[in-house]
Design a protein around this ligand. Structure first.
Ligand code: FCB
Length: 461
């Protein structure tokens, strides 16, 4: 493994002026203090035995709600330009609608002002998966009523914070929300119904487009959306059709909607056994194509598919055929090296993902809004020497710079994550942080990867 701490100039010398560096988190994964807000679908999910690997729940998470000031100091110490966080909808509107909870507004006011005092630009995501349970009971993202609820929520946040926020993202990873949550049922709300998942995918993008309009009418800066797109690698000749189908649902669906190309006939055909797509409306498609000022990409790993299963362990988090309704038979065959999630580490796929997006959605500036790796860290004498994570960051930062050299208008990069946190259905079993935190010990311990990223952030021109 390269000693990147002594070779960080290979990266810093390639970083363009004005490039934004940051770290990212999300509300449910870090905040805790769930008694001070409404209930979300993730508590409902966590309360169902067997859904979260280690039985973890919303509390205490990393206790960020009570440790806000010292967490902001950590960010300042890291030397970031920006911090990407999400707002918990049920902290603002406990049932998703009705009266605003001032406690929630106050918390995010303190967060935003605390960032600005430290000269850090707030990058706010409206929705990172913690839907108020009361809205799920009314059909959640599968119902048309969600448009109005999401617009109302966007309007409340924009009217309070538009003067101080640097970038706004409507949604984080609608693919995950739709398919992990509603097709494979491995995320909240735990539904296993392809028809629902496909409708949710569509309604999410329409909701996003409508919220973009609301943000603009409140003069919010830089409205955009965050997708998890990736490169699909067909590992043998027989798997090309399946690879195309995976690519259609994972990448093309979202890019086409944003670009105003609607839903591809191939996608409608290959999913026709589940839905006839009769919920699609022309006016909605126009809304889904509303202008974004930037697109966020969360990238971790390529998806490598083959006609035969790979040898060895096959537990790959978030890679299973159930996520791709209508797919011909296929297997996910990530190669070594892999992270703790079973995700193949392959930095060139970050470059190809970015260049492909630039081709399919030209003219839209890109940010990498999440990138990082889960590794089985060891705390030894108070130190986490996570060289594997350092290596991951270094190779992916270089791959991002390669994309810039190939003409991609990449404006920034956020590491996932500022700290270890509740990794959704994996609970505390997977650590993505550059700062160590445990469920039974909320002490913050910056890891070697923190030191490395700090060096990159501080030493660049
Ligand atoms: C992304 C999520 C983020 C985190 C990482 C590992 O899909 O946006 O919350 O769980 O994966």
């Amino acid at each position: 493994m390269t000693n990147w701490l002594s070779r960080s100039e290979e990266i810093t010398s390639r970083i363009p002026k004005g490039f934004i560096f940051g770290a990212a988190t999300s509300s449910w994964q870090i905040e805790g203090s769930s008694h001070l807000r409404g209930r979300s679908i993730w508590e409902d999910f966590a309360d169902t035995p067997g859904k979260i690997l280690d039985g973890a729940g919303a509390d205490p998470a990393t206790d960020h709600f009570n440790r806000l000031e010292s967490d902001l100091d950590l960010l300042a110490d890291l030397g970031v330009d920006s911090y990407r966080f999400s707002v918990s909808w049920p902290r603002i509107l406990p049932t998703g609608e009705g009266a605003v909870d001032q406690k929630g507004i106050d918390f995010y006011d303190r967060l935003i002002d605390g960032l600005l005092e430290r000269n850090i630009k707030p990058a706010l995501t409206l929705y990172h998966w913690d839907l108020p349970s009361a809205l799920q009971e009314k059909g959640g993202w599968a119902s048309k009523e969600i448009y109005e609820h999401f617009e109302n929520y966007a309007d409340i946040l924009a009217s309070k914070f538009a003067d101080r926020v640097f970038t706004w993202a409507t949604l984080n990873e609608p693919w995950v929300i739709a398919f992990l949550g509603n097709a494979a049922g491995i995320h909240a709300p735990g539904i296993k119904d392809p028809a629902t998942a496909l409708e949710v995918a569509y309604r999410l993008m329409v909701s996003s487009g409508k919220a973009l309009e609301v943000l603009r009418s409140n003069k919010a800066n830089n409205p955009g959306v965050v997708l998890n797109l990736t490169t699909i690698i067909a590992d043998d000749d027989k798997i090309q059709d399946a690879a195309n189908h995976i690519d259609n649902l994972q990448n093309r669906f979202w890019l086409d909607l944003l670009a105003g190309r609607g839903i591809a006939p191939e996608i409608m055909d290959s999913t026709s056994q589940y839905t006839n797509w009769d919920f699609v409306e022309e006016a909605d498609l126009r809304a889904a194509a509303n202008k974004i000022d930037w697109l966020g990409i969360n990238y971790y790993s390529p998806m490598r598919v083959a006609s035969k299963p790979a040898k060895g362990p096959d537990h790959i988090v978030g890679q299973t055929p159930a996520l791709f309704p209508g797919s011909p038979p296929l297997h996910f065959v990530p190669r070594e090296p892999q992270t703790d999630m079973g995700w193949e580490m392959h930095a060139p796929s970050l470059t190809t993902t970015l260049t492909r997006i630039t081709k399919d959605l030209p003219g839209v500036p890109l940010f990498i809004t999440e990138n990082g790796g889960a590794f089985p860290d060891k705390l030894v004498d108070g130190v986490v020497d996570d060289q594997d994570r350092v290596d991951y960051y270094a190779t992916h930062l270089l791959a991002a710079m390669d994309a810039i050299d190939q003409g991609v208008d990449l404006r920034g990069y956020y590491a996932w994550s500022l700290m270890d946190n509740l990794e959704w259905a994996e609970g505390w079993t997977k650590r993505f942080g550059i700062v160590r935190v445990s469920e039974d010990d909320p002490t913050r311990i910056p890891k070697r990867s923190f030191e490395f990223l700090k060096k990159v952030f501080v030493e660049r021109n």
